[in-house]
Design a binder for this molecule. Sequence first.
Ligand SMILES: Nc1ncnc2c1ncn2[C@@H]1O[C@H](COP(=O)(O)OP(=O)(O)O)[C@@H](O)[C@H]1O
Ligand SMILES: [Mg+2]
Length: 191
Amino acid sequence: MDKANLRRRILAARAGLSEETLRTSAAATRELLLDQPWVQMAGLVACYWSIGTEPDTHGLILALWKHGATVMLPVQRPDGDLDWAVYDGPDSLAPGPYGIMEPVDERRGVDAIRTASLVIVPALAVDRSTGVRLGRGKGSYDRALARVGPHTPTVALLHEGELLDGVPAEPHDQRVRYVALPGELILLGHP
Ligand SMILES: Nc1ncnc2c1ncn2[C@@H]1O[C@H](COP(=O)(O)OP(=O)(O)O)[C@@H](O)[C@H]1O
Ligand SMILES: [Mg+2]
C-alpha cells in the first residue's frame, strides 16, 4: 500500500474512534509516559498540541509542565518546516494560521529541537521493524527529526493497530526510537 492509501485507511479508522476511546487511550498513554524515569527527568520536551483524532497530548503537556519540565510546541512555518515556542500553561496558546493552537511565546527557531532531551511526535503509523514514521504528508516532522541527535529519545504516539509490519518509506523519512500505544510503550530495535 502506498503512503496516500495508508494515510486514508488510518484516518478512516481514527474517524471511527469514540470520544470514550480517545479519552481512555490518552489517559493510558499519559500515565505510561509519566511513569518512565527518562520522561520524568527530561528538562526540555518537544511535543505537539494534538487536534481531532490524533492521540491526545493536552493532559500530558499539562502534567509535564506542572512537574517543572519546559515544553516546546511546534509553530508551523509557511515552508512546511517547524519552528518551536515554549508552552507556559493553558493561557499561553493561541490559534495559529491553520487553526492549531500554538504558543504565543517567542519563536526559538527550527533548530531549537536539537536541544530537547525528549521528543514526542505525532504519527499515523510506525514500522515495527525499522521505526520509520508515516505522517500526514507535509514532511514537517521529517525535517524536525532530522535535527535530533541519535541519543535523544524520540517517541511517536499511536492508537491501537497503527504499529505496522511495513510502512512505505522514502530516503527522507525519519525513524522514531519508541512508540507509545495506549497501555504499551515499545522500544523499537532498529539500529
Ligand atoms: N528534509 C526535508 N527537506 C525538505 N523537504 C522535505 C524533507 N523531508 C520531507 N520533505 C518533503 O515533505 C514531503 C512529504 O513527505 P512525506 O514523508 O510524504 O510526509 P510525512 O512524513 O508527513 O508522512 C516530501 O515529498 C518532501 O518533499
Ligand atoms: Mg515522511
